[in-house]
Design a protein around this ligand. Structure first.
Ligand SMILES: Cc1cc2nc3c(=O)[nH]c(=O)nc-3n(C[C@H](O)[C@H](O)[C@H](O)COP(=O)(O)OP(=O)(O)OC[C@H]3O[C@@H](n4cnc5c(N)ncnc54)[C@H](O)[C@@H]3O)c2cc1C
Length: 359
């Protein structure tokens, strides 16, 4: 026996859910030689496809606790993952940097204090008189934005990422099944998973990566775990104003808590809302147009060319995400709320270590 592959290559792992978390786990576990199968009923209409892909690692102000440790781990792992994944798709990249701006002086003062403490993390302060802010303040006229630049944070285009993982998983012969798991049951040492079409899959290890619906597959009398749906809407807008060129803006902006991604001279993406429900509401959509003190003309609902939403899952009564061993051979990996794209490598790293306890 010369490596982990020899140890694990006959062990069957079934991953329920093929969003970013399911796919990342499959990708990581395939490195160890597990016999991995991914099952998903509808992987196109999930939260991962709706995401903006912003990676808020170093810009996160709470610098202690599990959430920070996971962010730190992912910030360290993402460049390594991108290097490997580029062998499957050279177009995959992390766009940097990320600008965090505000027109609230109190919030700016807080940002100054934060950045001064962590300048070595690639944080840079942008005071009102900085030339860098000129094109930004021209497009967001009258708002006097100030803030910080995080040189190590950025964005991965989620659709390109998911496509790339699909190519990687295919080349590693990971099996994918387009179906819904409706029940899981332990039978001696193995798990039986009942598909909606009636077939039964048998596996030694099951990893639940199916977000909100993971709770439908575990016994509520044994596990007191709660997840809330948090719907997020996002829009793409297109303007026809002569003097506005979005390309003069930094590619990635977070202004007063809203993320903006410039796509072209005329197009920009704005997201996202936080709605504790399953259906998108117009009143929340308005928030994507009302996050500035002075609203520029181009920032208008009539300019929407595309809008979409996704449903994130947020743990209730405990922090996000839920990374738990439930019982022998059953691992829960859910509740990623707003940071599933950011945290995917750190989560997969956790699973690849945790899974050894189940063998
Ligand atoms: C508008 C918006 C913007 C966002 N922006 C960002 C961002 O900038 N940065 C960031 O890091 N995160 C962002 N997120 C959050 C991110 O999208 C989520 O945290 C992440 O996608 C969660 O991934 P997941 O794989 O856990 O869940 P999902 O992508 O929802 O995947 C779960 C999968 O499980 C499948 N499934 C469910 N039940 C079953 C079953 N019984 N059998 C088989 N399959 C099943 C579903 O079909 C689905 O494909 C955003 C989310 C939204 C909505």
């Amino acid at each position: 026996m010369n490596n982990a592959k020899d140890t694990f290559n006959k062990i069957k792992v079934l991953i329920v859910g093929s969003g970013i978390i399911g796919k990342s786990n499959a990708f990581k576990l395939s490195e160890y030689g597990f016999d991995v199968t991914l099952v998903d009923q509808d992987e196109i209409h999930n939260s991962s496809h709706a995401a903006l892909g912003i990676l808020m690692g170093k810009i996160y102000q709470k610098r202690k606790g599990r959430s920070w440790i996971l962010r730190q781990k992912s910030s360290e792992l993402w460049p390594k993952w991108i290097n490997i994944l580029q062998t499957y798709n050279p177009n995959l990249k992390i766009e940097k940097p990320l600008y965090q701006l505000t027109n609230d002086q109190k919030k700016f003062n807080k940002l100054i204090g934060f950045a001064n403490n962590y300048l070595y993390d690639g944080l840079e302060i942008l005071e009102g008189n900085s030339n860098i802010l000129d094109p930004i303040n021209k497009i967001f006229k009258g708002n006097k934005l100030q803030g910080i630049i995080s040189r190590q944070d950025g964005r991965i285009n989620p659709k390109v990422l998911l496509e790339t993982l699909n190519i990687a998983l295919k080349s590693k012969n990971i099996k994918t099944i387009n179906n819904q798991i409706i029940k899981i049951k332990k039978n001696n040492t193995k798990w039986n998973l009942l598909l909606k079409t009636g077939e039964i899959l048998i596996s030694e290890i099951v990893i639940l990566c199916n977000s909100l619906d993971s709770l439908k597959l575990i016994n509520p009398e044994i596990y007191d775990i709660k997840l809330k749906p948090v719907l997020g809407q996002a829009v793409e807008i297109f303007h026809e104003e002569k003097n506005i060129d979005f390309l003069s803006l930094p590619k990635l902006l977070n202004i007063n808590g809203k993320n903006l991604i410039t796509l072209s001279e005329n197009k920009i993406i704005i997201g996202s809302t936080d709605e504790y429900k399953f259906k998108p509401e117009e009143s929340y959509l308005n928030e994507l147009f009302e996050f500035l003190e002075h609203k520029p003309n181009w920032l208008d609902k009539k300019n929407i060319t595309r809008k979409w939403f996704g449903i994130r899952s947020r743990p209730e009564g405990e922090p996000s995400p839920l990374l738990k061993s439930l019982e022998k051979g059953l691992i829960l990996c859910s509740g990623f709320y707003k940071n599933g794209i950011l945290l995917a490598p750190a989560c997969s790293h956790w699973v690849s270590e945790e899974i050894k306890k189940h063998i």
